[in-house]
Design a protein around this ligand. Structure first.
Ligand code: WQD
Length: 333
């Protein structure tokens, strides 16, 4: 039996595939390369030294999903595929609802038809909306402040309903905080198509001269240095969280949310300063206006994942910054 990884060529998907293969899992990977590149599939094979079946396929296509499920014996799905740019989701909400909700619906229907009852879903800390206090645990109220967040929250709701209706169904809802960094080998990392939206890819673009300078969004927040605080997590730690969740869905049933974070908050200036120090490079930046929709602070209580999944993040901020830059230097991006 195999694990189906949707969106397996993307940033978190590709790192997770490597760890799954290293752990001896049999995987089937699908991706439509909307925000990833075919090269990632080759790199996963090269880095892991293992082969697997790959489908260039769209999760919104019933025919594509049927083909994958009928040609393989799928035990569980790790569901990464989805659009993820917050600002774009505000401009083009229907695009997000159609792809993220419609695609997940099609995946779930194929699972139902083929008797597959285990799923690990890429949720996000965004389901906590603007948290009233920090650190955030899984019992906090859920809300969405943009269409991207709404799709994450709605998919969580869909999975809660599916698990309620079918007591044999198991769904791990993994709420990622802010993934950064890259595989230690330096061959694979975050490589988005188009203009990036997240802090670390923008820092990288500034360091490689693709962008003139970084704008820090606000320095008047009620935080120690005035800039926003987030829970940055090394992408390899995050990938390993999926292996722990796989063990969980194999033995448990029901829909269960888990925060995947380090439990530590770092400010934008902490990230800039650490990146500059460990990589011996200057990041030109200016202080700008606040970005609408940014919470002052968002970091996790990661204890539930430790207690129930036996997982915790091991890699620190210096390693995240070093590995992110190492990938760029190595791959000549
Ligand atoms: C991090 C910090 C910015 C860019 C979003 C989604 C979340 C998840 C990850 C999506 C913030 C600051 C950023 C810049 C800056 N999913 N910043 N200048 O907003 O915490 O989370 O991405 O893939 O659901 O909401 O991440 O990387 O955009 O920002 O100062 O040019 O960096 O204000 O404090 P965020 P981010």
């Amino acid at each position: 039996m195999a694990i189906l990884v949707t969106g397996g060529a993307g940033y978190i998907g590709s790192h997770t595939c490597i760890e799954l293969l290293k752990a001896g899992e049999d995987i089937v990977v699908m991706d439509n390369f909307y925000n990833s590149k075919p090269k990632a599939v080759e790199l996963i094979k090269e880095i892991s030294g293992k082969d697997f079946r790959f489908y260039e396929a769209d999760m919104c296509s019933e025919a594509d999903m049927e083909k994958i499920f009928s040609e393989n014996d799928i035990e569980a799905v790790i569901h990464f595929a989805g659009y993820k740019a917050v600002a774009e989701s505000v401009r083009e909400p229907l695009k997000y609802y159609k792809n993220n909700l419609g695609g997940t619906f099609t995946v779930l229907e194929a699972m139902k038809k083929h008797g597959c009852k285990k799923i690990i879903f890429s949720s996000s800390a965004t389901v906590y909306g603007m948290p009233e206090k920090v650190p955030v645990d899984e019992t906090f109220p859920l809300s969405a402040i943009n269409p991207y967040g709404e799709t994450k929250l709605t998919i969580e709701d869909m999975l809660r309903a599916v698990c309620k209706a079918d007591k044999d169904f198991s769904a791990a809802l993994l709420r990622y905080f802010n993934p950064i960094g890259a595989n230690e080998c330096g061959k694979i990392g975050e490589d988005p198509n188009g203009i990036p939206n997240n802090l670390m890819p923008i820092i990288i673009n500034v360091c490689t001269g693709k962008q003139e300078k970084l704008t820090v969004f606000g320095k008047d927040y009620p935080t120690p240095d005035g800039t926003c605080v987030r829970d940055y997590i090394h992408v390899v730690d995050l990938a390993l969280g999926h292996l722990a969740a796989l063990k969980y869905v194999r033995t448990e049933t029901g829909a269960e949310p888990f925060n995947l974070g380090t439990g530590k908050g770092y400010s934008v200036l902490d990230i800039i300063n650490t990146f500059e120090r460990v990589n011996d490079i200057k990041i030109p930046y200016v202080i700008g206006e606040r970005r609408p929709g940014d919470a002052a602070e968002c970091y996790s209580v990661p204890d539930k994942a430790y207690k129930k999944l036996g997982w915790k993040a091991e890699r620190g901020l210096e390693q995240m910054c070093r590995d992110a830059w190492n990938f760029v230097k190595n791959s000549g991006k």
